[in-house]
Design a binder for this molecule. Structure first.
Ligand code: CP
Ligand code: NVA
Length: 308
C-alpha cells in the first residue's frame, strides 16, 4: 500500500519515488477522484511559498481540507523568513508545529536544507530545478486520456525548465517515450538527461532535440510552459524571438497523432508559448490537468501522512 511505503517521506523530486510508487500514487489519486477511496487525517500542512502560485496553493489547501486537515499559509513577507532568519533555524522551529511542509522556492539546495533540518516530511511545491507535483498531475491526466501509460509519446516544446525536468523524469520512470525540443542553449542539464535515460533504461525513449516539428511528429501529447519562468522576468522579452519556433500551435498539432492532447501546466502566456486556438481547442486538456493537481496532491498527502 502506497500509504504505508510513503509514510513520513520527503518528496523533493520524482527521483524520491520508484516507478511502482508513482503508479500506486496515480491509482490512489484516480480512486479518490472517483470517490472509491475516502481517506482522512487530522494533520496540519504549512505552505511556505517564496514565489507566486494559484494552482499549487489552492489545490494543496483544498486537498488538505478534504482530508480533514488544516493549512497554514506561511507567507514569507509576514514571517521572519524575509528578514533573513536562517533556513536551518526556521526548519527546526516549523518542524515542532507542523505535520508536513510544502515549499515553493528558488534553489533546490534551499529545499534540501529545509528537508535536512526538519524531521517532518517536506514537499517540493516548485523549485527552479523541479516541479514534481505537476508531473504527477500530468501523468494522471495522460493516463486518464489514454486509459494507461503504455505505448505513448509525450513531446515538450519550449524552455528546458523545472516543468520539463520533472515531466521528462516522470515519463521515463513510467515507460512513456518523451521528447524535449528546446532552442539551443536552453536544453536541460546533462545530469537530468542522464538520469531520465537511466530510468528509461531501454523500456522507453528519451529524445533531446532542437527540432520542434520532428519532436511533435506522431506524438500523443504536446506540452509547453512559459518561455521565462519566475525569477527570469528580465529575460522574457529577449527570449520571444528565440522561442517563437517552439510555440504550441495548430502547425505543431497538425503533425502530432490525430488524437493528441494539448497540455500546459499554467499560467499560460497566450500568443507566446501557446496559441489561443491550441489552449481553447478540442485537443486541450489543460483544465483537467489543473484539476488533477488537487487529486494527486491529496493522494500524496494521504500517503505521506499515513491517512486511513
Ligand atoms: N502549475 C502551477 O504550479 O501553477 P501555480 O504557479 O499557479 O501554482
Ligand atoms: N516554469 C514555470 C512554472 C510555473 C508553474 C515557473 O517556474 O515559473
Amino acid at each position: 500500500m502506497i500509504t504505508e511505503t510513503l509514510k513520513g517521506q520527503d518528496f523533493l523530486s520524482l527521483a524520491d519515488l520508484t516507478g511502482q510508487q508513482v503508479a500506486e500514487l496515480l491509482q490512489l489519486a484516480a480512486d479518490m477522484k472517483a470517490g472509491k477511496v475516502n481517506l482522512r487525517c487530522n494533520k496540519i500542512l504549512g505552505l511556505l511559498f517564496y514565489k507566486a502560485s494559484t494552482r499549487t496553493r489552492v489545490s494543496f489547501t483544498v486537498a488538505m481540507y478534504q482530508l480533514g486537515g488544516q493549512v497554514l499559509d506561511l507567507n514569507p513577507n509576514v514571517t521572519q523568513v524575509s528578514r533573513g532568519e536562517p533556513i536551518i533555524d526556521t526548519a527546526r522551529v516549523l518542524d515542532r508545529y507542523l505535520d508536513v511542509l510544502a515549499i515553493r522556492t528558488f534553489a533546490q539546495e534551499d529545499l534540501q536544507t529545509f528537508a535536512n533540518y526538519a524531521k517532518i516530511p517536506v514537499i517540493n511545491a516548485l523549485t527552479d530545478l523541479a516541479h514534481p507535483c505537476q508531473a504527477l498531475a500530468d501523468l494522471l491526466t495522460i493516463q486518464e486520456c489514454f486509459g494507461d501509460l503504455k505505448n505513448l509519446t509525450v513531446t515538450y516544446v519550449g524552455d528546458g525548465n523545472n516543468v520539463a525536468n520533472s515531466l521528462m523524469l516522470g515519463c521515463a520512470m513510467m515507460g512513456v517515450n518523451v521528447r524535449v525540443a528546446t532552442p539551443s542553449n536552453f536544453e536541460q542539464s546533462a545530469e537530468i538527461i542522464e538520469k531520465a535515460k537511466a530510468y528509461a533504461n531501454g523500456k522507453s525513449e528519451v529524445t533531446i532535440t532542437n527540432d520542434p516539428i520532428a519532436a511533435a511528429t506522431g506524438a500523443h501529447a504536446l506540452y509547453t510552459d512559459v518561455w521565462a519562468s519566475m525569477g527570469q522576468e528580465e529575460e522574457a522579452n529577449s527570449r520571444i524571438p528565440i522561442f517563437q519556433p517552439y510555440q504550441l500551435n495548430e502547425k505543431l498539432l497538425s503533425v502530432a497523432d490525430k488524437n493528441a492532447i494539448v497540455l500546459h501546466c499554467l499560467p499560460a502566456h497566450r500568443g507566446e508559448e501557446i496559441t489561443d486556438e491550441a489552449i481553447e481547442g478540442s485537443h486541450s486538456r489543460v483544465w483537467d490537468q489543473a484539476e488533477n493537481r488537487m487529486h494527486v496532491q491529496k493522494a500524496l498527502l494521504a500517503s505521506i501522512l499515513g491517512a486511513e
